[in-house]
Ligand binder design. Structure first.
Ligand code: GLC
Length: 478
């Protein structure tokens, strides 16, 4: 099958969150299974320099955005089994950040219009056009409204995956005609309208042939009014075409047995030595000391979604009792500043790295005892899957994909427990989780039993990629 993936980020070129992991690792798995997969992304200035040289320009075309004309420069490069196409335009993408500009709506309208023109330009007759999140959600709308007579699109089917329903691509209604060149009646009829504005995500939900999100529990949450992020009514209309498929992780990249970035590689059999060596190396590198443990880690965007408020409060209490806390991430300034304050208060036991370091992320997974993930909502979550594979037990709030992938210890399930879970999104919730983790930690046999369960779980893409392929086959009849 020929599959075109359209998204705003993908490993290994550009990543701000889990979306980038999923785009690349899912595509690789699909390619591994004999499908031809291309991925198109904007050519951001921030694309990692070591990859820029594997791309060469293959041509350009003009994109009309009503009275504006912009050039799309197309670059092609191959990474692994995937052919990437980068859409270059310095005015839109030659900037220091990926997102966060006043004209993001216009920037991604340009991206969507360029993707629509890309497939004919490269003569790629996709069976499946799979778009992700609000930045790419207008592509099915554009093609279905304008291009279905074009032989290259005539048989194409469209899948939209929702990774983060909090971002709906809300724009003023004038975007419909002025940027996307679509008829205003599509707004007036309600198709593209969402709560009095134009929403690219909602529009995609209406036009896609199938919609997915990244875990079965999050699918159910999105159909309910108290957890549907306002999308519940529209998703209920599409309920029969809406599925929840759990994300996997890249088992080559995240493998403690072969990981060159950690101090000592290990398997489930050698986790005791591995944990000790990696923990010592991690604490030493960060210049902090062990005062009885456990060692808690967090690798995350520091945003309200991720339960950072809870980590700040419960983390302080854990530090007061002799634990270590290691934080890696960046995001909202108030959280970055609050963590800096916490570090100043506990300079011997708490380490904060504001920014992103792939190396440190690997070292945290290999060296920490527990991984904090008390998210307010979490469509799937990737870090808990990685931490399980590294035997770093996740402490999660039971929401979305966290609920589907972590079986918390409840004092009666050591044969199946593979982490710690709590329900209430409040300080007491995480305090409870930390208390359970302390009890696990205090009982060495139990601690390693639960670690063994965590490491035995299969979170590769094997099973999930079959679910996507099944959906693609159902749509295309191939
Ligand atoms: C978003 C979601 C996260 C999910 C990721 C990849 O970042 O917040 O839960 O794992 O997308 O699908």
């Amino acid at each position: 099958m020929k599959i075109a993936m359209f998204a705003s980020e993908s490993n290994p070129l550009v990543k701000t969150g889990g979306l980038a992991d999923v785009i690349f690792s899912l595509s690789e798995e699909l390619a591994e299974k004999g499908n031809e997969v291309v991925i198109a992304l904007p050519y951001y200035k921030t694309i990692k320099p070591e990859y820029k040289k594997s791309f060469s320009k293959i041509g350009s075309f003009t994109v009309s955005m009503s009275w504006r004309r912009q050039i799309a420069n197309i670059y092609r490069g191959k990474i692994g089994k995937i052919t990437f196409y980068l859409i270059g335009n310095d005015f839109y993408f030659g900037r220091d950040r990926v997102y966060g500009y006043n004209d993001d709506g216009e920037r991604f309208a340009f991206f969507d219009l360029s993707c629509r023109a890309l497939l004919p330009f490269i003569s790629f007759k996709a069976d499946i056009i799979h778009v992700h999140d609000h930045q790419a959600a207008m592509i099915p709308v554009l093609i279905k409204e304008k291009d279905m007579a074009n032989p290259i699109y005539r048989d194409a089917k469209f899948v939209l995956t929702i990774h983060n329903p909090a971002f709906k691509g809300l724009l003023d209604r004038f975007f419909v005609s002025d940027y996307f060149g679509l008829d205003d009646s599509l707004y007036d009829s309600g198709k593209l309208r969402f709560e009095g504005a134009f929403s690219t995500l909602k529009s995609g939900i209406i036009y896609a042939d199938k919609i997915t999100t990244v875990s079965p529990s999050h699918r159910n949450e999105l159909l309910e009014s108290d957890s549907g992020h306002g999308l519940q009514d529209i998703l209920r209309l599409r309920e029969m075409d809406f599925a929840g498929f759990l994300n996997g992780i890249d088992y080559d990249e995240w493998n403690p047995a072969t990981d060159k970035k950690i101090a000592k590689t290990y398997t489930a059999e050698t986790i005791r030595e591995g944990r000790k060596a990696n923990q010592e190396a991690l604490l030493k590198k960060l210049g902090i000391v062990f005062k009885g443990g456990p060692v808690y880690g967090l690798v995350s965007r520091l945003t309200w979604q991720k339960g950072i408020d809870l980590v700040l409060r419960s983390g302080r209490k854990a530090l007061e009792r002799g634990a270590n806390l290691i934080i890696l991430g960046s995001g909202e300034y108030k959280y970055e500043a609050a963590f800096e304050d916490l570090r100043r208060e506990f300079p011997d036991t708490c380490a904060i790295y504001i920014g992103y370091s792939d190396l440190l992320a690997h070292e945290i997974y290999a060296g920490c005892d527990f991984f904090l993930m008390p998210s307010l909502f979490e469509p799937c979550g990737i870090s808990q899957l990685i931490s399980k594979r590294y035997g770093c037990l996740p402490i999660v709030r039971y929401t979305g994909g966290l609920k589907d992938t972590v079986n918390g210890y409840n004092y009666d399930n050591e044969d199946t427990a593979d982490g710690v879970g709590f329900i209430n999104y409040d300080e007491q919730g995480l305090d409870y989780g930390i208390e359970v983790s302390r009890n696990i930690y205090a009982n060495e046999e139990l601690y390693y039993k639960i670690i063994a369960n965590a490491m035995a779980a299969d979170h590769s893409w094997k099973a999930t990629s079959e679910l996507y392929l099944g959906m693609y086959r159902e749509l295309t009849g191939k």
